[in-house]
Design a protein around this ligand. Structure first.
Ligand SMILES: Nc1ncnc2c1ncn2[C@@H]1O[C@H](COP(=O)(O)OP(=O)(O)OP(=O)(O)O)[C@@H](O)[C@H]1O
Length: 425
């Protein structure tokens, strides 16, 4: 028996490296629970969070005696629940206590419990949840757990609190992904395409770097534009498709494609644009007309597409106003934001500055070694650090090939079979 325990303990460091979540369930979680229980009274007393039930003054004969009660009562601690790489424990507040009192103590809790971070969630009056993370999930390259599959939702990585990072096009219909070269943009796009590939979604690519990046997924794309002329043509056709959807919705009195009767529903379209700056570069006078047309059409897709099932994912190294007023207007329509490491503060400001100054500061702290790490802002407008799953080009190509049959032919998006009710819910 003792030998078994000793062998198990000696294996723990190896297990921690190879299977961190299993290690957490077997060793990390029980050890942390014991630490939380053993330190709770002392910690809350030292931090002034334990409250005396008896008053701090008493009458002794004719005298009033004041002092600190010897045994203040700590706030009641609930059962520590295990979650992937962390624990959640509920705390019942004493009357007069507010979550802010505990927010100041989080650093002390982190050290005492020997965990990576402790966060506080105040989701119910009179209670709060302390959420401790065993290690930094952005450093451990473990794929996030699966969520229930839903159309247009892709799990692309992990958030810094250990939850899955999702790009949900139903909630934030258009996304902007920015980062310096080698910061992880293509890897994130690969993770997104790998997730969208099995869904009944039409994917389009615009990649003016000669199609080098997006050609990996060509089998699953309904069309790939690799030159500006092709991009202009494709965007004009997509605008026509969007307008046709608008007419259809109007004719049956629906406010969006999602309100259409199932028989009339249209397949969602996701247009991925890599290196957006290339679309806006003007060298000659002819370029100017073409760029103007592209810019207008991209903006139209962004403005009309959300309700009509047409979504944009726009990636690039920079999205500055120097590229033209069209870029600034487009940026304002892209509510979902991802900012990887950037070369200059100006670019981060373009991506996040209009949303949150703290997010901007966090983006500027991402180092060159943190490939795939980004600051992301989703539909709820809140920002967080995240890391994409490392999808290699080969994995992305394989996924695209596997689901090539789901790519509807273009034009004629509805030829890929009847829409499946389940995936549209
Ligand atoms: N989430 C990640 N985890 C681990 N490594 C990553 C991650 N994302 C990217 N990398 C590493 O960073 C390298 C560069 O990533 P990627 O090609 O996606 O950058 P990029 O921003 O698209 O660069 P470019 O603009 O030059 O195409 C990848 O080869 C990969 O090794």
């Amino acid at each position: 028996m003792l030998a078994t325990v000793l062998i198990a303990l000696s294996m723990a460091p190896v297990l921690r490296r190879s299977h961190p979540y299993l290690w957490w369930h077997l060793f990390g979680y029980p050890a942390t629970v014991i630490r939380v229980r053993m330190t709770w009274r002392r910690l809350t007393t030292n931090l002034g969070l334990a409250v005396a039930k008896r008053p701090g003054r008493a009458r002794v004969g004719d005298l009033m005696v004041r002092g600190d009660p010897l045994r203040p009562t700590p706030p009641r601690l609930g059962v520590a629940k295990c979650r992937r790489g962390g624990i959640d424990v509920r705390v019942r507040l004493h009357p007069g206590q507010v979550p802010e009192h505990f927010a100041e103590a989080l650093d002390a809790l982190t050290h005492a419990w020997r965990v990576h971070a402790v966060r506080l969630v105040a989701d119910e009056r009179g209670f709060l949840t302390l959420s401790a993370l065993g290690w930094d999930p952005l450093i451990t390259p473990v794929a996030p757990y699966r969520l229930k599959e839903r159309l247009l939702r892709a799990v692309v990585g992990l958030l810094e609190d250990g939850r899955a990072w999702t790009i949900d096009l139903r909630r934030a219909p258009h996304w902007l992904i920015v980062g310096a070269t080698r910061s992880g943009k293509s890897t994130l796009i690969a993770a997104l395409v790998k997730e969208l590939a099995p869904q009944r979604v039409a994917l389009f690519g615009i990649d003016l770097k000669g199609g080098m990046e997006l050609s990996l997924f060509e089998d699953r794309l309904s069309a790939l534009a690799a030159t500006r002329a092709e991009a202009a043509h494709l965007l004009a056709e997509l605008v026509a498709e969007t307008e046709a959807r608008m007419q259809l919705c109007r004719s049956v009195g629906a406010r969006s494609v999602w309100d259409l009767p199932p028989k009339l529903r249209k397949m969602p379209v996701v247009v991925i644009v890599d290196e957006v700056a290339e679309l806006y570069l003007v060298a000659t006078r002819e370029d100017k007309a073409e760029v103007g047309e592209i810019s207008t059409n991209l903006l139209r897709l962004a403005q009309l597409g959300a309700a009509l099932g047409v979504h944009l994912v726009v990636a690039g190294q920079r999205v500055g106003s120097d590229l033209g007023p069209g870029v600034t207007a487009l940026r304002a329509q892209l509510a979902g934001r991802v900012c990887h490491r950037v070369n200059d503060a100006g670019t981060a400001e373009m991506v996040l500055g209009d949303l949150d100054k703290d997010a901007l500061a966090a983006a500027q702290q991402i180092t060159a070694a943190e490939q795939g790490v980004a600051i992301t802002v989703g539909a709820d407008g809140r920002w967080t650090r995240a890391r994409s799953v490392h999808v290699t080009p080969e994995q992305a190509r394989r996924a695209a090939r596997k689901y090539a049959r789901l790519a509807p032919s273009w034009p004629g998006l509805h030829t890929a079979g009847e829409p499946n009710e389940g995936v549209y819910s």
